[in-house]
Write a protein that binds this ligand. Structure first.
Ligand SMILES: Cc1cc2nc3c(=O)[nH]c(=O)nc-3n(C[C@H](O)[C@H](O)[C@H](O)COP(=O)(O)O)c2cc1C
Ligand code: SF4
Length: 479
């Protein structure tokens, strides 16, 4: 540090980080999903399935597995991107209570459809991930929660658990070692809020899917009041490969803070919608142009919802600056979320899109918190006015006010998930809203004109022409 006598030297700019050499990548989690019978134990075993679990259960010190996952930099793939190893290390210790693992397979975020492919086409990969995770965190009982609509996923996962049980990989003394594991598959009834971790735990407990205030976080007091780790299906499936190949292997892809690979769900106005597993950090343009084959019918890009419906929308200009990692999306005021990318082309009516979005959140609010229950309702109601060319003067400001007052004031972040898209549409597509107010001004003029002619209509009636449809005054009075 410079002292008082010495003029401070101009700060030398930090050297730009060396760009990481591009490492070739081919799908890992999705590698086998298109092969016949990929969901069976025979198929999984033939490609080395359960060998990783066999090599570690009862052999490796559980804490070493937590450290290994922490060192890999794996971040949760369910939406928040929280470091997985860190979460595991937060587990309350020495409580004397059982520890639970709750795997989140609710996959309720609109635009997201990756976990169902793992459940339907490679469920043993998830079961092996559950075995390794439970061993690492000291859990003897895992719950896998699936959204009720996933019928095939449920059947195949349940069959996989039974196959693993028959082989001694699940049950008492798994792999012949002093370790027990029960896996219970639970089906939800199709509510978005049951994807929120504490809502999911309430649902597993047999109650309504009501979220609970945090803290305490589930790692301290979760399922049945016991320490619980909640992780997404993709996160737990990735654990198998990370434990098998090591942290350095995982970190060869991605960026410094977003290492590894991720499954993205591409939908909307692209030629080839689908699921694509890629290294984190590739450009959004590469995802749209190369993987998605570009936009349909030669149309122009208007906007992208980058991480599931609750992620703030990006304009086409922002898309050019966007890479698919947690930091890039955050710097653009949005989020990577669950990896559900929806592409909107120039033909999309943004007002219609946001109205539809608000309908969803209003419908899915569990109703416990006033700002969410009432706020989502008002956002829908006012958006409905714009959608029907009936926006009132001041409605743009009203939407902004409602959204602002919903954020950070509720039990869970569903309220924020509704408010954030609205705020981003107001920020980037304000003109689209204003255009609807202008149209309304025209409608208002028509109404005024109609009211002006009313006296004439009345005078016609008064002159003995009899009751008339033109007698607007009396009609209005009866309303
Ligand atoms: C309204 C709402 C819905 C959510 N839906 C899901 C979901 O369907 N699947 C999921 O894994 N996480 C979902 N999450 C995130 C979970 O609360 C939790 O962060 C995640 O399951 C943790 O797993 P991870 O650390 O492996 O990402 C949702 C969160 C909110 C607020
Ligand atoms: S924020 Fe909304 S969904 Fe979450 S607990 Fe409150 S009312 Fe329910």
């Amino acid at each position: 540090m410079a002292d008082a006598q010495t003029p401070a030297a101009a700060p030398t700019p930090a050297p730009a980080p060396e760009p990481k050499p591009k490492v070739p990548f081919s799908p890992i989690l999705l590698k086998h999903i298109n092969e016949p019978d990929s969901h069976t134990l025979a198929h999984y075993a033939a490609r080395g399935g359960y060998e990783t679990a066999k090599a570690h259960i009862g052999i490796t010190v559980p804490g070493d597995l937590i450290k290994l996952v922490d060192d890999s930099g794996l971040r949760g793939r369910g939406g928040a991107g929280f470091p997985t190893g860190k979460k595991w290390s937060f587990l309350a210790k020495g409580t004397g209570k059982p520890i639970y693992l709750a795997v989140n397979g609710d996959e309720s975020e609109p635009g997201t459809f990756k976990d169902r492919y793992i459940l339907e086409r490679d469920p043993h990969q998830l079961v092996e991930g559950v075995i390794l995770t439970c061993y690492a965190i000291g859990s003897k009982h895992a719950f896998i929660y699936l959204r009720g609509e996933f019928i095939l996923g449920y059947q195949r996962l349940e069959a996989a658990v039974q196959e693993a049980k028959a082989k001694g990989y699940v049950g008492k003394k798994i792999f012949g070692k002093d370790a027990d594991l029960t896996i219970t598959v639970v089906r939800g009834a199709g509510a978005y809020i049951c994807g929120e971790e504490t809502g999911m735990l309430s649902s597993i407990e047999g109650g309504r899917g009501y979220p609970k205030i945090k803290p305490p976080f589930p790692a301290v007091s979760g399922l049945f009041g016991c320490p619980t780790i909640v992780n997404n299906v993709e996160t737990i499936s990735a654990v198998v490969h990370i434990v098998k190949n090591g942290p350095a292997w995982h970190k060869q892809w991605g960026t410094e803070k977003s290492p590894g690979f991720k499954i993205f769900c591409l939908s909307g106005a692209v030629k080839k919608p689908g699921i694509y597993e890629v290294p984190l950090g590739i450009t959004m343009r590469e995802m749209i142009e190369v993987h998605g084959g570009g936009l349909k019918d030669g149309r122009k890009l208007k906007a992208v919802i980058p991480g599931g419906l609750s992620a703030p929308v990006l304009t086409a200009e922002m898309v050019d600056k966007c890479t698919l990692d947690y930091e890039s999306l955050a710097s653009l005021g949005s989020m990577l979320g669950s990896g559900g990318i929806t592409v909107l082309d120039e033909e999309v009516d943004m007002i219609s899109a946001i109205y539809n979005t608000m309908r969803f959140y209003h419908h899915e609010s569990c109703g416990q918190c006033t700002p969410c229950r009432e706020g989502t309702g008002w956002l829908e109601k006012v958006a409905h006015r714009f959608h029907h060319n009936d926006g009132h003067q001041g409605d743009v400001e009203l939407l902004g006010d409602i959204a602002k007052n919903m954020r950070g004031r509720t039990i869970c972040v569903l309220a924020d998930a509704a408010a954030m898209p609205m705020q981003s549409y107001l920020q980037h597509f304000k003109k689209d809203f204003e255009a609807k107010v202008k149209e309304t001004a025209f409608v208002e003029k028509q109404r005024t004109y109609r009211d002006e002619i009313t006296p004439t209509a009345k005078s016609i009636t008064a002159t003995g022409a009899g009751p008339s449809a033109l007698d607007v005054g009396s009609n209005q009075g009866s309303r």
